[in-house]
Design a protein around this ligand. Structure first.
Ligand code: ASP
Ligand code: MG
Length: 460
Protein backbone atom coordinates (compact mmCIF):
# COMPACT_ATOMS: atom_id res chain seq x y z
CA UNK A 1 0.00 0.00 0.00
CA UNK A 2 1.35 3.22 -1.24
CA UNK A 3 -0.59 5.97 0.57
CA UNK A 4 -0.90 9.65 1.32
CA UNK A 5 -2.19 10.42 4.80
CA UNK A 6 -3.66 13.87 5.25
CA UNK A 7 -4.46 15.05 8.76
CA UNK A 8 -6.87 17.96 9.17
CA UNK A 9 -6.72 20.73 11.76
CA UNK A 10 -8.57 18.87 14.51
CA UNK A 11 -6.27 15.86 14.00
CA UNK A 12 -3.24 18.02 14.83
CA UNK A 13 -5.00 20.36 17.28
CA UNK A 14 -2.69 19.75 20.24
CA UNK A 15 0.04 17.46 21.57
CA UNK A 16 -2.41 14.63 22.24
CA UNK A 17 -3.79 14.82 18.73
CA UNK A 18 -0.30 14.88 17.23
CA UNK A 19 0.61 11.86 19.33
CA UNK A 20 -2.38 10.04 17.83
CA UNK A 21 -1.07 10.98 14.38
CA UNK A 22 2.28 9.40 15.24
CA UNK A 23 0.54 6.22 16.40
CA UNK A 24 -1.61 6.05 13.28
CA UNK A 25 1.39 6.45 11.01
CA UNK A 26 3.38 3.92 13.03
CA UNK A 27 0.57 1.40 12.59
CA UNK A 28 0.51 2.07 8.87
CA UNK A 29 4.26 1.38 8.74
CA UNK A 30 3.88 -1.79 10.80
CA UNK A 31 1.07 -3.10 8.61
CA UNK A 32 3.02 -2.59 5.39
CA UNK A 33 6.66 -3.12 6.34
CA UNK A 34 7.79 -3.85 2.79
CA UNK A 35 6.15 -0.86 1.18
CA UNK A 36 7.30 2.67 0.66
CA UNK A 37 6.50 4.83 3.68
CA UNK A 38 3.42 7.06 3.45
CA UNK A 39 3.52 10.73 2.59
CA UNK A 40 2.05 12.82 5.41
CA UNK A 41 0.24 16.09 4.68
CA UNK A 42 -1.07 18.25 7.52
CA UNK A 43 -3.34 21.23 7.98
CA UNK A 44 -2.61 24.05 10.37
CA UNK A 45 -3.52 23.25 13.99
CA UNK A 46 -7.25 23.80 14.41
CA UNK A 47 -8.40 27.44 14.49
CA UNK A 48 -4.92 28.72 13.60
CA UNK A 49 -5.91 29.75 10.07
CA UNK A 50 -8.96 31.57 11.48
CA UNK A 51 -6.71 33.48 13.86
CA UNK A 52 -4.31 34.35 11.07
CA UNK A 53 -7.23 35.66 9.03
CA UNK A 54 -8.20 37.75 12.05
CA UNK A 55 -4.62 39.02 12.28
CA UNK A 56 -4.85 40.22 8.69
CA UNK A 57 -8.12 41.98 9.39
CA UNK A 58 -6.67 43.70 12.48
CA UNK A 59 -3.62 44.84 10.50
CA UNK A 60 -5.91 46.17 7.77
CA UNK A 61 -7.70 48.18 10.48
CA UNK A 62 -4.34 49.56 11.66
CA UNK A 63 -4.62 47.69 14.96
CA UNK A 64 -0.90 46.91 15.06
CA UNK A 65 -0.75 46.04 18.75
CA UNK A 66 -3.70 43.67 18.67
CA UNK A 67 -2.53 42.01 15.47
CA UNK A 68 0.94 41.41 16.88
CA UNK A 69 -0.66 40.09 20.05
CA UNK A 70 -2.52 37.38 18.11
CA UNK A 71 0.73 36.35 16.43
CA UNK A 72 2.41 36.24 19.85
CA UNK A 73 -0.39 34.03 21.22
CA UNK A 74 -0.04 31.69 18.26
CA UNK A 75 3.70 31.38 18.84
CA UNK A 76 3.08 30.56 22.49
CA UNK A 77 0.53 27.88 21.57
CA UNK A 78 2.87 26.23 19.07
CA UNK A 79 5.86 26.34 21.40
CA UNK A 80 3.85 24.80 24.24
CA UNK A 81 2.70 21.93 22.05
CA UNK A 82 6.22 21.42 20.71
CA UNK A 83 7.55 21.17 24.26
CA UNK A 84 5.42 18.16 25.04
CA UNK A 85 6.37 16.30 21.87
CA UNK A 86 10.05 17.01 21.37
CA UNK A 87 12.89 17.24 23.86
CA UNK A 88 16.48 18.34 24.32
CA UNK A 89 18.40 19.86 21.45
CA UNK A 90 15.71 18.99 18.94
CA UNK A 91 13.24 21.04 20.97
CA UNK A 92 15.65 23.95 21.19
CA UNK A 93 16.07 23.88 17.42
CA UNK A 94 12.31 23.63 16.79
CA UNK A 95 11.51 26.40 19.27
CA UNK A 96 14.15 28.61 17.67
CA UNK A 97 12.66 28.00 14.23
CA UNK A 98 9.10 28.71 15.34
CA UNK A 99 10.19 31.79 17.26
CA UNK A 100 12.10 33.12 14.29
CA UNK A 101 9.23 32.55 11.85
CA UNK A 102 6.51 34.01 14.05
CA UNK A 103 8.67 36.96 15.15
CA UNK A 104 9.44 37.78 11.57
CA UNK A 105 5.74 37.56 10.80
CA UNK A 106 4.89 39.87 13.71
CA UNK A 107 7.31 42.42 12.25
CA UNK A 108 5.61 42.21 8.85
CA UNK A 109 2.19 42.45 10.46
CA UNK A 110 3.21 45.69 12.19
CA UNK A 111 4.38 47.06 8.87
CA UNK A 112 1.12 46.18 7.15
CA UNK A 113 -0.80 47.72 10.06
CA UNK A 114 1.20 50.94 9.73
CA UNK A 115 -0.18 51.31 6.19
CA UNK A 116 -3.54 49.75 7.02
CA UNK A 117 -3.06 47.60 3.98
CA UNK A 118 -2.67 43.84 3.66
CA UNK A 119 -2.36 42.81 0.04
CA UNK A 120 -3.48 39.38 -1.15
CA UNK A 121 0.18 38.49 -1.51
CA UNK A 122 0.82 39.48 2.12
CA UNK A 123 -2.28 37.57 3.19
CA UNK A 124 -0.81 34.42 1.71
CA UNK A 125 2.49 34.93 3.52
CA UNK A 126 0.43 35.31 6.70
CA UNK A 127 -1.89 32.32 6.20
CA UNK A 128 0.91 30.00 5.14
CA UNK A 129 2.39 30.24 8.62
CA UNK A 130 -0.20 27.81 10.02
CA UNK A 131 0.75 24.90 7.78
CA UNK A 132 4.46 25.72 7.83
CA UNK A 133 4.47 25.56 11.62
CA UNK A 134 2.28 22.49 12.03
CA UNK A 135 4.21 20.49 9.43
CA UNK A 136 7.55 21.32 11.03
CA UNK A 137 6.18 20.27 14.40
CA UNK A 138 4.80 16.97 13.16
CA UNK A 139 8.09 16.22 11.40
CA UNK A 140 10.00 16.96 14.60
CA UNK A 141 7.59 14.81 16.58
CA UNK A 142 8.19 11.84 14.25
CA UNK A 143 11.92 12.33 14.53
CA UNK A 144 11.64 12.41 18.33
CA UNK A 145 10.07 8.94 18.08
CA UNK A 146 12.88 7.70 15.83
CA UNK A 147 10.55 7.46 12.85
CA UNK A 148 12.59 8.24 9.72
CA UNK A 149 11.10 11.35 8.19
CA UNK A 150 11.92 14.58 6.44
CA UNK A 151 10.16 17.92 6.44
CA UNK A 152 9.50 19.02 2.88
CA UNK A 153 8.65 22.65 2.23
CA UNK A 154 5.45 22.46 0.14
CA UNK A 155 6.31 25.80 -1.39
CA UNK A 156 9.10 24.06 -3.29
CA UNK A 157 6.69 21.41 -4.56
CA UNK A 158 3.24 22.83 -5.22
CA UNK A 159 3.59 25.29 -8.10
CA UNK A 160 0.68 27.69 -8.60
CA UNK A 161 -0.29 30.78 -10.52
CA UNK A 162 -0.19 34.12 -8.70
CA UNK A 163 -3.90 34.38 -7.94
CA UNK A 164 -3.22 34.94 -4.25
CA UNK A 165 -5.54 33.39 -1.63
CA UNK A 166 -7.09 31.08 -4.22
CA UNK A 167 -4.14 30.13 -6.37
CA UNK A 168 -4.54 27.55 -9.11
CA UNK A 169 -2.00 24.73 -9.18
CA UNK A 170 0.08 24.02 -12.25
CA UNK A 171 -0.39 20.27 -12.17
CA UNK A 172 2.39 19.33 -14.59
CA UNK A 173 5.02 21.43 -12.84
CA UNK A 174 3.77 20.23 -9.45
CA UNK A 175 3.89 16.59 -10.48
CA UNK A 176 7.43 16.91 -11.75
CA UNK A 177 8.53 18.37 -8.43
CA UNK A 178 6.45 15.97 -6.37
CA UNK A 179 8.12 13.03 -8.04
CA UNK A 180 11.62 14.40 -7.72
CA UNK A 181 11.44 15.99 -4.26
CA UNK A 182 8.77 13.98 -2.43
CA UNK A 183 8.97 10.68 -4.28
CA UNK A 184 12.73 10.53 -3.90
CA UNK A 185 12.57 10.93 -0.12
CA UNK A 186 9.91 8.28 0.13
CA UNK A 187 11.92 5.92 -2.08
CA UNK A 188 14.82 6.43 0.32
CA UNK A 189 12.59 5.21 3.16
CA UNK A 190 11.85 8.54 4.78
CA UNK A 191 8.33 9.83 5.44
CA UNK A 192 7.92 13.18 3.71
CA UNK A 193 5.95 15.51 6.04
CA UNK A 194 4.39 18.47 4.30
CA UNK A 195 1.96 21.29 4.90
CA UNK A 196 -1.22 21.27 2.85
CA UNK A 197 -2.93 24.39 1.49
CA UNK A 198 0.30 26.21 0.63
CA UNK A 199 2.37 26.53 -2.50
CA UNK A 200 4.37 29.09 -4.39
CA UNK A 201 4.50 30.67 -7.82
CA UNK A 202 7.22 29.59 -10.25
CA UNK A 203 9.17 32.59 -8.90
CA UNK A 204 8.89 31.29 -5.36
CA UNK A 205 6.30 33.72 -3.97
CA UNK A 206 4.15 32.00 -1.32
CA UNK A 207 0.53 31.29 -2.28
CA UNK A 208 -2.44 29.44 -0.79
CA UNK A 209 -5.16 27.37 -2.45
CA UNK A 210 -8.18 28.80 -0.63
CA UNK A 211 -9.74 27.81 2.69
CA UNK A 212 -9.94 24.08 3.26
CA UNK A 213 -7.28 23.61 0.58
CA UNK A 214 -5.19 20.93 2.23
CA UNK A 215 -7.45 18.14 1.00
CA UNK A 216 -6.74 19.49 -2.46
CA UNK A 217 -2.98 19.46 -1.81
CA UNK A 218 -3.17 15.85 -0.67
CA UNK A 219 -5.21 14.84 -3.72
CA UNK A 220 -2.73 16.52 -6.06
CA UNK A 221 0.34 14.97 -4.43
CA UNK A 222 -1.41 11.60 -4.36
CA UNK A 223 -2.34 11.82 -8.02
CA UNK A 224 1.21 12.87 -8.94
CA UNK A 225 2.69 9.93 -7.03
CA UNK A 226 0.02 7.52 -8.25
CA UNK A 227 -0.62 6.25 -4.74
CA UNK A 228 -3.04 3.39 -4.03
CA UNK A 229 -5.13 5.38 -1.60
CA UNK A 230 -5.49 8.88 -0.22
CA UNK A 231 -6.51 8.96 3.41
CA UNK A 232 -8.23 12.06 4.75
CA UNK A 233 -8.00 11.84 8.55
CA UNK A 234 -10.56 14.01 10.32
CA UNK A 235 -12.67 14.02 13.50
CA UNK A 236 -15.74 12.11 12.28
CA UNK A 237 -16.14 8.47 11.29
CA UNK A 238 -16.96 9.31 7.68
CA UNK A 239 -20.10 10.12 5.72
CA UNK A 240 -23.36 9.13 7.36
CA UNK A 241 -26.58 7.84 5.83
CA UNK A 242 -28.41 10.86 7.28
CA UNK A 243 -27.90 13.91 9.45
CA UNK A 244 -27.75 12.65 13.07
CA UNK A 245 -29.61 15.76 14.22
CA UNK A 246 -32.62 14.57 12.23
CA UNK A 247 -32.40 10.78 12.20
CA UNK A 248 -31.57 8.75 15.29
CA UNK A 249 -28.70 6.34 14.67
CA UNK A 250 -27.65 6.96 11.08
CA UNK A 251 -25.16 4.47 9.67
CA UNK A 252 -21.75 4.99 8.24
CA UNK A 253 -21.72 4.95 4.44
CA UNK A 254 -18.93 2.46 3.69
CA UNK A 255 -18.42 3.46 0.10
CA UNK A 256 -19.85 5.95 -2.34
CA UNK A 257 -19.16 7.36 -5.75
CA UNK A 258 -17.62 10.70 -6.37
CA UNK A 259 -20.88 11.91 -7.97
CA UNK A 260 -22.89 10.82 -4.92
CA UNK A 261 -20.46 12.63 -2.64
CA UNK A 262 -20.94 15.76 -4.75
CA UNK A 263 -24.73 15.55 -4.44
CA UNK A 264 -24.45 15.15 -0.67
CA UNK A 265 -21.92 17.96 -0.29
CA UNK A 266 -24.48 20.34 -1.67
CA UNK A 267 -26.71 19.47 1.28
CA UNK A 268 -24.03 20.34 3.73
CA UNK A 269 -22.45 16.91 4.28
CA UNK A 270 -19.27 18.85 4.92
CA UNK A 271 -16.83 16.11 5.66
CA UNK A 272 -14.85 17.15 2.65
CA UNK A 273 -15.56 19.10 -0.44
CA UNK A 274 -15.62 16.60 -3.32
CA UNK A 275 -14.22 19.04 -5.86
CA UNK A 276 -11.02 19.14 -3.83
CA UNK A 277 -10.36 15.44 -4.41
CA UNK A 278 -11.07 15.54 -8.13
CA UNK A 279 -7.41 15.08 -9.14
CA UNK A 280 -7.40 11.76 -7.27
CA UNK A 281 -10.77 10.55 -8.50
CA UNK A 282 -9.87 11.45 -12.07
CA UNK A 283 -6.94 9.04 -11.75
CA UNK A 284 -9.13 6.42 -10.13
CA UNK A 285 -7.39 6.69 -6.77
CA UNK A 286 -9.76 5.93 -3.90
CA UNK A 287 -10.08 8.56 -1.18
CA UNK A 288 -10.86 7.29 2.29
CA UNK A 289 -12.24 9.45 5.10
CA UNK A 290 -11.06 8.27 8.52
CA UNK A 291 -11.40 9.38 12.14
CA UNK A 292 -8.11 10.07 13.88
CA UNK A 293 -9.83 9.63 17.26
CA UNK A 294 -11.16 6.20 16.27
CA UNK A 295 -8.65 4.83 13.77
CA UNK A 296 -10.15 1.34 13.99
CA UNK A 297 -13.36 2.49 12.25
CA UNK A 298 -13.27 1.62 8.55
CA UNK A 299 -14.38 5.06 7.39
CA UNK A 300 -15.94 6.02 4.09
CA UNK A 301 -14.32 5.30 0.77
CA UNK A 302 -15.00 7.60 -2.18
CA UNK A 303 -14.24 6.13 -5.58
CA UNK A 304 -15.05 7.05 -9.16
CA UNK A 305 -17.71 4.35 -9.47
CA UNK A 306 -19.01 3.85 -5.94
CA UNK A 307 -20.01 0.51 -4.53
CA UNK A 308 -21.84 -1.00 -7.48
CA UNK A 309 -25.06 -2.93 -7.39
CA UNK A 310 -25.09 -4.08 -3.75
CA UNK A 311 -27.31 -1.94 -1.45
CA UNK A 312 -30.20 0.30 -2.29
CA UNK A 313 -29.91 4.01 -1.61
CA UNK A 314 -26.56 5.40 -0.50
CA UNK A 315 -27.63 8.25 1.78
CA UNK A 316 -30.31 10.80 2.58
CA UNK A 317 -29.86 14.51 2.97
CA UNK A 318 -32.05 17.45 3.74
CA UNK A 319 -31.95 21.17 3.53
CA UNK A 320 -34.26 22.99 5.91
CA UNK A 321 -35.89 26.38 5.84
CA UNK A 322 -36.21 26.78 2.10
CA UNK A 323 -38.77 28.90 0.32
CA UNK A 324 -40.92 27.70 -2.56
CA UNK A 325 -41.94 30.23 -5.20
CA UNK A 326 -44.68 29.34 -7.68
CA UNK A 327 -44.68 31.47 -10.78
CA UNK A 328 -47.77 31.20 -12.93
CA UNK A 329 -48.22 32.95 -16.20
CA UNK A 330 -51.57 33.13 -17.88
CA UNK A 331 -50.73 35.84 -20.37
CA UNK A 332 -47.35 34.49 -21.35
CA UNK A 333 -48.45 30.90 -21.24
CA UNK A 334 -46.28 28.76 -23.49
CA UNK A 335 -44.70 31.90 -24.89
CA UNK A 336 -41.06 31.37 -25.74
CA UNK A 337 -38.65 33.32 -23.61
CA UNK A 338 -40.74 32.94 -20.46
CA UNK A 339 -38.21 30.77 -18.63
CA UNK A 340 -35.35 33.01 -19.66
CA UNK A 341 -37.20 36.06 -18.36
CA UNK A 342 -38.04 34.29 -15.15
CA UNK A 343 -34.51 33.11 -14.41
CA UNK A 344 -33.05 36.46 -15.37
CA UNK A 345 -34.82 37.92 -12.36
CA UNK A 346 -33.08 35.46 -10.05
CA UNK A 347 -29.79 36.10 -11.78
CA UNK A 348 -30.11 39.85 -11.41
CA UNK A 349 -30.44 39.51 -7.63
CA UNK A 350 -27.79 36.76 -7.46
CA UNK A 351 -30.14 34.23 -5.92
CA UNK A 352 -29.46 30.65 -6.83
CA UNK A 353 -32.35 28.36 -7.47
CA UNK A 354 -32.21 24.79 -6.18
CA UNK A 355 -35.14 22.63 -7.25
CA UNK A 356 -37.16 23.48 -10.34
CA UNK A 357 -40.38 21.81 -11.43
CA UNK A 358 -42.70 22.86 -14.22
CA UNK A 359 -46.21 22.23 -15.39
CA UNK A 360 -47.99 23.66 -18.41
CA UNK A 361 -49.00 26.82 -16.62
CA UNK A 362 -46.56 27.26 -13.80
CA UNK A 363 -42.99 26.94 -12.70
CA UNK A 364 -42.04 26.24 -9.09
CA UNK A 365 -38.58 26.88 -7.74
CA UNK A 366 -36.97 26.67 -4.33
CA UNK A 367 -34.44 29.11 -2.93
CA UNK A 368 -32.66 29.03 0.39
CA UNK A 369 -31.58 32.62 0.41
CA UNK A 370 -34.42 34.99 1.23
CA UNK A 371 -32.24 38.07 1.06
CA UNK A 372 -33.69 40.36 -1.64
CA UNK A 373 -36.60 38.01 -2.12
CA UNK A 374 -39.00 40.94 -2.07
CA UNK A 375 -37.16 42.46 -5.03
CA UNK A 376 -37.32 39.17 -6.87
CA UNK A 377 -41.03 38.82 -6.24
CA UNK A 378 -41.93 42.33 -7.30
CA UNK A 379 -39.96 41.87 -10.52
CA UNK A 380 -41.60 38.52 -11.22
CA UNK A 381 -45.01 40.07 -10.60
CA UNK A 382 -44.43 42.33 -13.59
CA UNK A 383 -45.18 39.39 -15.84
CA UNK A 384 -46.60 36.54 -13.73
CA UNK A 385 -48.62 35.62 -10.70
CA UNK A 386 -46.39 34.74 -7.78
CA UNK A 387 -47.11 32.67 -4.73
CA UNK A 388 -44.55 32.28 -1.96
CA UNK A 389 -44.46 29.56 0.65
CA UNK A 390 -41.91 29.71 3.45
CA UNK A 391 -40.82 27.11 6.01
CA UNK A 392 -40.41 24.38 3.46
CA UNK A 393 -37.57 21.87 3.12
CA UNK A 394 -35.82 19.68 0.58
CA UNK A 395 -35.33 15.99 1.27
CA UNK A 396 -32.96 14.28 -1.09
CA UNK A 397 -32.33 10.57 -1.69
CA UNK A 398 -28.97 9.82 -3.23
CA UNK A 399 -27.84 6.60 -4.82
CA UNK A 400 -26.25 5.32 -8.01
CA UNK A 401 -28.75 2.46 -7.80
CA UNK A 402 -31.60 4.78 -8.70
CA UNK A 403 -30.47 4.36 -12.28
CA UNK A 404 -30.55 0.60 -12.26
CA UNK A 405 -33.57 -0.05 -10.05
CA UNK A 406 -36.70 1.63 -11.36
CA UNK A 407 -38.73 0.47 -8.36
CA UNK A 408 -36.75 2.56 -5.86
CA UNK A 409 -38.63 5.73 -6.74
CA UNK A 410 -42.02 4.17 -6.12
CA UNK A 411 -40.91 2.57 -2.90
CA UNK A 412 -39.57 5.91 -1.68
CA UNK A 413 -42.86 7.63 -2.41
CA UNK A 414 -44.79 4.82 -0.72
CA UNK A 415 -42.74 5.13 2.43
CA UNK A 416 -43.78 8.80 2.52
CA UNK A 417 -47.50 8.13 2.12
CA UNK A 418 -48.35 10.03 5.30
CA UNK A 419 -46.31 13.10 4.39
CA UNK A 420 -47.77 15.76 2.07
CA UNK A 421 -45.28 16.23 -0.77
CA UNK A 422 -45.20 19.64 -2.38
CA UNK A 423 -42.79 19.07 -5.29
CA UNK A 424 -41.00 16.01 -6.59
CA UNK A 425 -38.11 15.90 -8.99
CA UNK A 426 -35.71 13.37 -10.38
CA UNK A 427 -32.77 14.82 -12.22
CA UNK A 428 -31.38 13.54 -15.47
CA UNK A 429 -28.39 12.03 -13.69
CA UNK A 430 -30.91 9.75 -11.94
CA UNK A 431 -28.63 9.69 -8.98
CA UNK A 432 -31.05 11.52 -6.73
CA UNK A 433 -34.72 12.03 -6.02
CA UNK A 434 -35.75 15.29 -4.46
CA UNK A 435 -38.88 15.92 -2.44
CA UNK A 436 -39.96 19.35 -1.33
CA UNK A 437 -42.20 19.28 1.72
CA UNK A 438 -43.08 21.27 4.82
CA UNK A 439 -40.13 21.83 7.11
CA UNK A 440 -42.21 20.57 10.02
CA UNK A 441 -42.54 17.21 8.26
CA UNK A 442 -38.78 16.71 7.80
CA UNK A 443 -38.21 14.52 10.88
CA UNK A 444 -41.08 12.21 9.93
CA UNK A 445 -40.09 12.02 6.31
CA UNK A 446 -36.40 11.42 6.98
CA UNK A 447 -37.06 8.80 9.62
CA UNK A 448 -39.59 6.95 7.46
CA UNK A 449 -37.16 6.87 4.55
CA UNK A 450 -34.27 5.90 6.76
CA UNK A 451 -36.24 3.04 8.35
CA UNK A 452 -37.32 1.85 4.95
CA UNK A 453 -33.97 1.96 3.17
CA UNK A 454 -31.24 1.73 5.77
CA UNK A 455 -32.19 0.26 9.11
CA UNK A 456 -33.46 -3.03 7.79
CA UNK A 457 -31.58 -3.71 4.61
CA UNK A 458 -28.04 -2.39 4.74
CA UNK A 459 -25.36 -4.03 6.80
CA UNK A 460 -22.89 -1.52 8.19
N1 ASP B 1 -5.70 25.52 7.27
C1 ASP B 1 -6.47 25.85 6.09
C2 ASP B 1 -7.87 26.24 6.50
O1 ASP B 1 -8.21 26.20 7.67
C3 ASP B 1 -6.48 24.76 5.09
C4 ASP B 1 -7.08 23.45 5.55
O2 ASP B 1 -7.15 23.17 6.75
O3 ASP B 1 -7.47 22.67 4.70
O4 ASP B 1 -8.64 26.63 5.67
MG1 MG C 1 -10.20 20.85 6.43
Amino acid sequence: MNVIMKFGGTSVADAEAMTRVIDIVRQQLARHPNHKPPVVVVSAMSKVTDRLVETGRLAGDRQAGQAAQVVGDLLARHVAVAASLVHGEALDALTALLTQDFTELAGQVREWAAHGDVSPRSTDALLAMGELASSRMVAAAFAAQQIPCVWVDSRRVLVTDSDHTSAVPDIDATCARTRSLVGAERDAGRIPVMGGFIGATADGVTTTLGRGGSDYSAAIFGACLDVDEIQIWTDVDGMLTADPRVVAGPRLVPQLSFAEASELAYFGAKVLHPSTILPAVAKNIPVRILNSRRPEVKGTMITAEGRGAAGELTALACKRGVTVIDITSTRMLMAHGFLRRLFEVFERFKISVDVVTTSEVSVSVTVDNTRRLDDVISNLRKFAEVNVERDMAIVCLVGENLRADATLFGRAVTSLEKVPLRLVSQAASRRNITFVLRDADVPDAMNSLHDRFFTASVAS
